[in-house]
Design a protein around this ligand. Structure first.
Ligand SMILES: [Zn+2]
Ligand SMILES: [Zn+2]
Length: 276
């Protein structure tokens, strides 16, 4: 199987609808794809239905859940989640609305500080995906309130900034548990930039993590080697994918440029069969 296990559609911040994405994936020669939109499984039914027209391509229903750690965000992927599970759907919905609510509170605070950006523009910049601080920063930059994106965080919306707002927190461990409750297989996304990675892997493995991304996006060979060794050390399945959003930028790996090893796919499939 030629597998890419990390892809985004318009169900979050990807450019292509699930149907279009499936067609592009097929045309790139892949035979297995996981649809992993941010905090959403809404694209799964359409992607699975669309793939029927492109045998032997198969779609794994998945999700990429954003979680909070002290110095940023950690993303947890869930493969083979029950995308009809009421519990999963309502939890994801509340994570998404929490982001909206938080962004609106930050915009209100900014207004009081004399920084007038429009909610509608922030929504547009998020492109239907999960709204975050980068979109607010972008809107500030566009209106000339700041000289660069970093300044938005330093002066306004960073953790100690005057316009910062909290939202309901989900820990990486909480996301692993959420995926497991929805019948899925939890996998740590793009782990290269995570601080204290060993500590996190030990915690998450205990919570039920089954794999971590190793073959990811534009990771150089040396990074892949290092992560592969890490996955082996903690007995985690080395997974990966392009994290394709269809954005046509130099910073994005092309469809078909990353293939998850057959052995990893087999190990994931074996775990799903064990559950049945
Ligand atoms: Zn991510
Ligand atoms: Zn992603």
């Amino acid at each position: 199987m030629k597998a890419d296990l990390h892809l985004h559609s318009t169900a979050s911040d990807g450019r292509f609808t699930p149907e279009e994405l499936v067609r592009h994936v097929f045309q790139s020669g892949l035979t297995l794809m996981a649809l992993t939109d941010h905090d959403s499984v809404d694209g799964a039914p359409a992607a699975i239905a669309a793939a029927r027209a492109f045998p032997p391509l198969e779609v794994i229903p998945g999700v990429e859940i954003g979680t909070d750690v002290p110095h940023g965000e950690v993303h947890v992927l869930g493969y083979f989640v029950d995308y009809k599970s009421a519990g999963l759907l309502s939890r994801l919905e509340s994570l998404r609305s929490g982001r909206v609510d938080r962004a609106q509170r930050m915009i209100t605070k900014l207004k009081k500080l004399g920084v007038d950006i429009e909610w509608r523009r922030v929504q547009e910049l998020a492109g239907g995906g999960s709204i975050g601080r980068p979109h607010i920063a972008q809107a500030m930059l566009e209106k000339g309130y700041i000289p660069n994106l970093k300044e938005a965080f330093n002066k306004y919306i960073g953790r100690d900034g005057p316009a910062y707002a909290e939202r309901e927190k989900l820990t990486p461990e909480g996301a692993v548990q959420l995926v497991i409750r929805a019948g899925g297989l939890p996998v740590l996304a793009h782990p290269n930039d995570i601080e204290s990675i060993d500590k996190l892997l030990i915690e998450l493995k205990a919570a039920g993590l089954v794999g971590m991304e190793v073959y990811y996006g534009l990771y150089p060979a040396e990074t892949v080697r290092r992560l592969k060794a890490l996955a082996k050390r903690y007995d985690l399945i080395p997974c990966g994918g392009t994290d394709y959003h269809g954005l046509d930028t130099m910073n994005e790996a092309a469809l078909g440029s990353i293939l998850v090893p057959q052995e990893s796919v087999d190990r994931l499939l074996a775990l799903t069969r064990k559950k049945v």
